[in-house]
Design a protein around this ligand. Structure first.
Ligand code: C2E
Ligand code: CA
Ligand code: CA
Ligand code: CA
Length: 280
C-alpha cells in the first residue's frame, strides 16, 4: 500500500508539473496574441421574452492559435487573469465591442437601440482605472453609455462588497449598466443585491440546464426572478438551449434570454445580417 501511495504521489506530482508547464507555455503564447491578430470578439444575441425581439448581444472572446486551433475562454481567461495579461486584453475587448456595436446600435426592430454586454474580470474590477477606461471607450467610439452593459461575476463582487459597491457607483456615474454574471453559483444569496447596486442578474446556465426536469432548479429560478423584480432588477437567463426552457422562463417573467436555442455566438457582421433579416 505504501509503494502504491508513493507511486500515486509521484504520478500526481508529475501531472502537476505538467499542468504548471502548460500554464506557463499558454501564458507565453497569449502574450502578444492580440497584436498577432489571434484574438477576436464574437457576439451572442440576447432576446426579450415579452415580444421575442433581439435587444442586444454579449461580447465573447475567442483565441485562434496557429498551432493549437481554437482555444476556449474557459481555458485561457483564467491564465490571462492570473498572469495579469487580462489588464491589456480586457480594455481591447471593450473597445472592439463598443466599436462594432456602433455598427448595429440602431438596428433594433422598430428602431430600438441595442446594447452590447462585455465581461469584466475580477482583476479589472479591482484595478482602479476601469471607470476611466470605460469613459474613454465611449468617448472614442461614440457609443451611448446606456448601450453598454458590463458583466461582473458574483464572486468578484462579494469578495469585497464595500470596494465593489464604490466601484459600481463610479461605473454607474459613466451611465453604463452593470449586470451580475453567473448568478446563483456564488451561494451569496439575494441579500447582496440590496447592498450592491446592479441593474441586472444573469442566472447561471447550470440552473437553466435542468429546468424542465428538476423542480428545485425551477423553484430557485422562479424565486430569483420574483426577488430581482421586487428590487427593480432585470433578469437574464443564459444557456437556453431548448424551446421548453424558453417557455418556462418566459412564463415566469424572466426578462431576457440567451443561448444556443436563439443563436450561437457569431461575428459582428453575421450579427448585423441577423438583425437585418429579422427587421424586415
Ligand atoms: P459566461 O460569461 O458565462 O459566457 C457564457 C458562455 O456560455 C459562453 O462561453 C457562451 O458561448 C456559452 N453559451 C452560450 N449559450 C449557451 C448554451 O445554450 N449552452 C451552453 N452549454 N453554453 C452556452 P464561452 O464563450 O466559452 O466563454 C466562457 C467564459 O469565458 C464566459 O462565461 C466568461 O466568463 C469568459 N469570457 C469570455 N469572453 C470574455 C472576455 O472578453 N473577458 C472576460 N473577462 N471573460 C470572458
Ligand atoms: Ca458573461
Ligand atoms: Ca454567465
Ligand atoms: Ca456561466
Amino acid at each position: 500500500a505504501k509503494v502504491a501511495g508513493k507511486n500515486g504521489f509521484r504520478f500526481y506530482s508529475r501531472a502537476m508539473d505538467h499542468a504548471v508547464e502548460r500554464r506557463v507555455h499558454m501564458e507565453q503564447e497569449l502574450r502578444g496574441a492580440w497584436e498577432r491578430g489571434e484574438l477576436s470578439v464574437v457576439y451572442q444575441p440576447v432576446c426579450r421574452t415579452s415580444d421575442g425581439r433581439v435587444v442586444g448581444a454579449e461580447a465573447l472572446l475567442r483565441w485562434q492559435h496557429p498551432m493549437l486551433g481554437m482555444i476556449a475562454p474557459s481555458v485561457f481567461i483564467d491564465v490571462a487573469e492570473q498572469s495579469g495579461l487580462i489588464e491589456g486584453i480586457g480594455p481591447r475587448v471593450l473597445r472592439t465591442a463598443c466599436n462594432e456595436a456602433m455598427r448595429w446600435a440602431n438596428m433594433g426592430e422598430g428602431g430600438e437601440r441595442l446594447f452590447v454586454s462585455v465581461n469584466v474580470s475580477p482583476r479589472q474590477l479591482r484595478k482602479g482605472d476601469l471607470p476611466d477606461i470605460v469613459a474613454e471607450c465611449l468617448r472614442e467610439t461614440g457609443l451611448p453609455a446606456s448601450s453598454l452593459h458590463l458583466e461582473l461575476t458574483e464572486t468578484a463582487v462579494i469578495s469585497d462588497e464595500l470596494q465593489a459597491a464604490a466601484m459600481l457607483a463610479r461605473l454607474h456615474s459613466t451611465g453604463v449598466k452593470v449586470w451580475l454574471d453567473d448568478f446563483g453559483t456564488g451561494f451569496s444569496g439575494l441579500s447582496h443585491l440590496r447592498r450592491v447596486p446592479v441593474d441586472g442578474v444573469k442566472i447561471d446556465r447550470s440552473f437553466v440546464a435542468d429546468l424542465q426536469r428538476d423542480p428545485d432548479d425551477l423553484a430557485l429560478t422562479t424565486a430569483i426572478i420574483a426577488m430581482a423584480h421586487s428590487l427593480g432588477i432585470t433578469v437574464v437567463a443564459e444557456g437556453v438551449e431548448k424551446e421548453a426552457q424558453y417557455n418556462l422562463l418566459a412564463e415566469r417573467g424572466c426578462d431576457l434570454v440567451q443561448g444556443y436555442w436563439l443563436s450561437h455566438p457569431i461575428s459582428a457582421t453575421e450579427f448585423a445580417h441577423l438583425l437585418a433579416r429579422r427587421g424586415r
